[in-house]
Design a protein around this ligand. Structure first.
Ligand code: PLP
Length: 381
C-alpha cells in the first residue's frame, strides 16, 4: 500500500468532517431539513465571499457553469466586453463571451505577467459604452494573482459596466473583498478552497449585476439567476440540488468560519511562502512574477535537462505525491504545487521531500535536504 498525497490546485483534499457529512443517508430536497442546509450554505458563502450587499447563488455544476452563467445573465448579443487575461482560465472567459456573440476585446498578457489595471482604465476611457470587464483573480495555470481591487476601483466609475471576477482558486486562499472592492460577480468552485469534491459552483450578484440581468436578452434557462434568487428567498433551489455536496458544503463552511477568514488566508500565505522558499533553495526558478504571486498554487520551472513529465509521474508513481504539470505551451516545462484548501505544514514538507528525492533520481544536482530546511525556516517563524 502507498499513502497518497493530493497536492494539486483542484480537486483538493477533503477533510474527514466533510467526507462524513456527505456520507449521511440521502434526504429529500423539498423538506425543512434541506431548507436549513440551503440557509447555512448561503450564509456561510456570504462570509467567505465577504459580502452583505450581493446575493450568493449556488449551482450544481463545475466552475465553468458559473462562468458561462455570468455571461448569459449580464449581457445582450453584441455587447462590448473587455477580457484581461494571462492564462488558460482567463482565455476561457474570452471563449465563452465569443460563444454568446458578444463584441469581445482582449487584453492578452503573457503567462508570467500580471493584468495591468491601467490598460483597463485606458480602454474604458476610450470605450465608455463597455458593458463588462472580465478578469481572473487567481490564474491557476500560471499562479499569477491579478489586482482585482484596483480593477474594481476603475470599473465602479462606469454605472453600466459590470466587473466579473473568476476567483475560482482565489476564494479561501487570498483576500477577495466583494463589497469593499466593488466586484459585481465573483465565482468559485467546490473542488478548490471550499474543500469539497467537484460538482458545485457559487457566485455573487451585486445590485449593479442585477441591473445588467434585467436588461440582458441572452438565452438562459438552467443558469437563469432569477430562478435561483426566487428559490433562495424560500431557502430552496429551482432544480434538484447536489444534496450531498451541499450538506458537505455546510460542514466545510463551518470549518472555514471556525478558523476565521484572516487566519485562513494567512495560513495559505505561509504555505505558499514555504513552498517558494523550498523550491528556490533547491536552485529552482519560480514561474510567477514577484509582483503577482498567489497563495493557491506555486508553479516552478523544470530545471534544464530534466524531463518535466517524468518529474511529475515519478513523484506520483514512486512517492504517491500528485502535483500538477504545466498546461498548453508550458506542458512539461513547469510543474505546479497546489496548496489550496485543506493543507498544513507537513503537506509542504512531504512534497518538498518527494521533490528532492525525485530530482536526485533524475540527475539534478543540489544540496540534499536544502529545500525542506528552507521551508522549515518559514514554517517555524
Ligand atoms: C481559475 C479557474 N477558473 C476556472 C476554472 C474552471 O473550473 P471547472 O474546471 O470547475 O469548470 C478553474 C479550474 O481549475 C480555475 O482554476
Amino acid at each position: 500500500m502507498q499513502k497518497k498525497y493530493l497536492m494539486t490546485p483542484g480537486p483538493t483534499p477533503v477533510p474527514s468532517e466533510v467526507l462524513l457529512a456527505q456520507a449521511r443517508p440521502m434526504i429529500h430536497h423539498r423538506t425543512p431539513d434541506f431548507n436549513a442546509v440551503v440557509r447555512e450554505c448561503a450564509e456561510g458563502l456570504k462570509y467567505v465571499f465577504q459580502t452583505e450587499k450581493s446575493d450568493v447563488l449556488i449551482f450544481a455544476s463545475s466552475g465553468t457553469g458559473a462562468m458561462e452563467s455570468a455571461v448569459a445573465n449580464c449581457f445582450c448579443p453584441g455587447d462590448k466586453v473587455l477580457v484581461g487575461y494571462n492564462g488558460k482560465f482567463g482565455q476561457r472567459m474570452e471563449q465563452i463571451s465569443q460563444a454568446y456573440g458578444l463584441d469581445v476585446t482582449v487584453l492578452e498578457y503573457g503567462w508570467q505577467q500580471v493584468v495591468d489595471p491601467a490598460d483597463i482604465a485606458a480602454f474604458l476611457q476610450e470605450n465608455p459604452d463597455t458593458r463588462g470587464v472580465i478578469v481572473t483573480q487567481s490564474e491557476t495555470s500560471s499562479g499569477v494573482l491579478n489586482d482585482v481591487q484596483a480593477v474594481g476601483a476603475i470599473v465602479k466609475e462606469y454605472s453600466a459596466c459590470v466587473l466579473i471576477v473568476d476567483s475560482i482558486t482565489g476564494i479561501g486562499a487570498v483576500d477577495c473583498k466583494t463589497d469593499d472592492w466593488h466586484l459585481d460577480v465573483v465565482m468559485t468552485g467546490s473542488q478548490k478552497g471550499l474543500m469539497l469534491p467537484p460538482g458545485l459552483a457559487a457566485l455573487t450578484v451585486s445590485p449593479k449585476a442585477w441591473r445588467a440581468y434585467e436588461r440582458s436578452t441572452l438565452p438562459k434557462f438552467y443558469f437563469d439567476w432569477k430562478k435561483y434568487l426566487k428559490n433562495l428567498e424560500k431557502d430552496t433551489t429551482p432544480f434538484t440540488p447536489a444534496v450531498s455536496l451541499m450538506i458537505g458544503l455546510a460542514e466545510s463552511l463551518k470549518l472555514m468560519r471556525a478558523e476565521g477568514l484572516e487566519s485562513l488566508i494567512a495560513r495559505h500565505a505561509r504555505l505558499a511562502e514555504a513552498t517558494r522558499a523550498g523550491c528556490e533553495a533547491l536552485g529552482l526558478e519560480l514561474f510567477a512574477p514577484a509582483e503577482g504571486r498567489g497563495n493557491a498554487v506555486t508553479p516552478v520551472w523544470v530545471p534544464e535537462g530534466i524531463d518535466g513529465k517524468k518529474l511529475v509521474s515519478t513523484m506520483k508513481n514512486k512517492y504517491g505525491v500528485t502535483i500538477a504539470g504545466g498546461q498548453d505551451d508550458y506542458a512539461g516545462r513547469i510543474f505546479r504545487v497546489g496548496h489550496l484548501g485543506y493543507f498544513g505544514d507537513f503537506d509542504i514538507i512531504t512534497t518538498l521531500a518527494a521533490l528532492e528525492m525525485t530530482l536526485a533520481e533524475l540527475g539534478y544536482e543540489f544540496e540534499p535536504a536544502s529545500g525542506i530546511r528552507a521551508a522549515e525556516v518559514v514554517l517555524t517563524q
